[in-house]
Design a protein around this ligand. Sequence first.
Ligand code: SF4
Length: 492
Amino acid sequence: MKIKAPDAFSGGRTPSFEQSARESLADTQLRRNLGKATQTIRRKRGVAVAEMPDWEQLREAGRALKARTLRHLDEYLLQLEESVKRAGGQVHWARDAEEANGIVAEIAKSHRAREVVKVKSIATDETKLNEHLEREGIEAFETDLAELIIQLAGETSSHILVPAIHKNRSEIRELFMQKLGARDLSDSPPDLANVARLYLREKFLKAKVGISGANFAVAETGTVCVVESEGNGRMCTTLPPVLVTLMGIEKVIPAWRDYEVFMQLLPRSSTAERMNPYTTFWTGVSEGDGPQEFHLILLDNGRTEVLADEIGRQTLNCIRCSACLNVCPVYERTGGHAYNSVYPGPIGAILTPQLVGIGKPGSDSLPYASSLCGACYEVCPVKINIPEVLIHLRGRVVRHKQDEGGVKGKLDPENVAMKAMAKTFSDRRLYEGAQRAARIGQWPLARGGAIHRLPGRLAGWTEARELKPVPKQTFREWWRSRNGSAMEGPGA
Ligand code: SF4
C-alpha cells in the first residue's frame, strides 16, 4: 500500500477518498491491524463510559460550553492573549500555515537551535511544520512513541490518537532495528519502548526548543494544557529553555472550572481511561522553573470560515478524542490514509473539506466517506452531529459543482432520476406501480435471492454490494389479501 499519499492540506494533486479506499481495502494486513485495534478501544471505551451515571449530562455540558465559546470566540481569544502576556509569555497570531511555520522557524533560529523536540500535535501536522523546519535547516524530533514510529518509517499518521495504528509489533521491531540500530530486539512492548526511551532521552536533554500543540487554553488565566499518556509531553514542555505552542483558535475555553467537564469527557472517550497518566498545565513562565521563554501561536488556517457556517460551525467543538474513528465502519475498513488528510475518520470527513475549502482536490469526496449510520454522533463527547454536517457538506459540494458547470442542471441524468424518485415516493399509486414494474423487470437479473449486477449506469451500485430484489408480495398487498381493504396512510 502507498502510505505517503498527497495531503489535502498540501495543495498538491490529492486522490479522492474513493480511489485511496480501494487501495487500502486491498491490504489485508492493514485491515486485520485496524479491526483488532478499533474493536479493543471500542470495548474499553464502552466500559469507561458506562461507569458514569451522568455521562449524557456531561456531554451536554461539553457541547454547551463549546457552543458558548464559539459564539464569543473573538472576546475569549483576546482575553487569552492578555492573560498569557500577563504571565510572561508572548502571543503570535497566524492567519495560515505559512505564517505559523515562519514564526516557529524564526524563534528556533533566534536561539541557534538546529534540533527541536516535539510533543504529538495535529496542528503542526496540519501546517506541515516538520517539512518547513527541515527546509530551514532545523531537524524536528517527534517524541511520542507512535509519532516517532511513523517519522522513522517516513509515513503519515493514520489515526488521531494512535498514529501508527496501521502497524503491528513485528513491523515496529523491524523498523527500530533498521533505523535505530537496535540488536537482539524482541517485539514485546517494554523492549520496544526501551529502545525509543534511550534514543529520545538524549534528544530531550540536548534540545534548546520544545514544540507542542494544546488540548485546551484557559482565557481567564492563560493556562495551557497538554493531555498525554507517555510523559514525553511533560519532558518537551519542561526541559528545553524555550517552549513554543501552536494551537488552533478553537482550543480556547473560557474558565479554569471548565476543565471539570472536559477532563472527564476526554480521557474516557479517547484512551478509555478514568484519567490519562500525564496532564501538564503551564501559565506563562516561572523564574527558575521550566522554560524561561514561552510563545503561544494562535492559528486560524480556515477556522474563521468554518465559524461563519451555521451548521458546519459545530465541527470546531471537536476535542480530538478520536472516539468517532473507532466506531466508524468505514474507517475500520479503510484506515486513516484513505482520507488523505491529517484528520482522518468522521471528524476528518467534515473538518478537512471546511478547512481547505469546498472544491479543492480530494476534499470534495470526504463528505461521502460515510454510511451515515450515526455511530459517530452517538459517541461524540461534545455531541457534534457529524451526519448532519456530512449531509450539509454534500449539499455544498453539489452546489459548488453546479456553479462550476460540473453538474448539468435540470437535464443531468442523476438530477432527472432523483426528481422521478421523489415524485414516485410521494405518491402511493405511482410507488406501487413502480414496484410492480420492478418485479417484472428484475426477473433476468435476480439470482439466488439477490441482484448481483445492475445494467448500464446503475452497475456502480452493485460493484461492491448486492441488491435485494423486490419481493413477490409487498406488505400492503399481503394486508389487502387478508383484510380486503387498502391501508391508507400519509402517502396515499
Ligand atoms: S468529532 Fe467528537 S468523537 Fe470525533 S474526535 Fe472530535 S470530539 Fe471526538
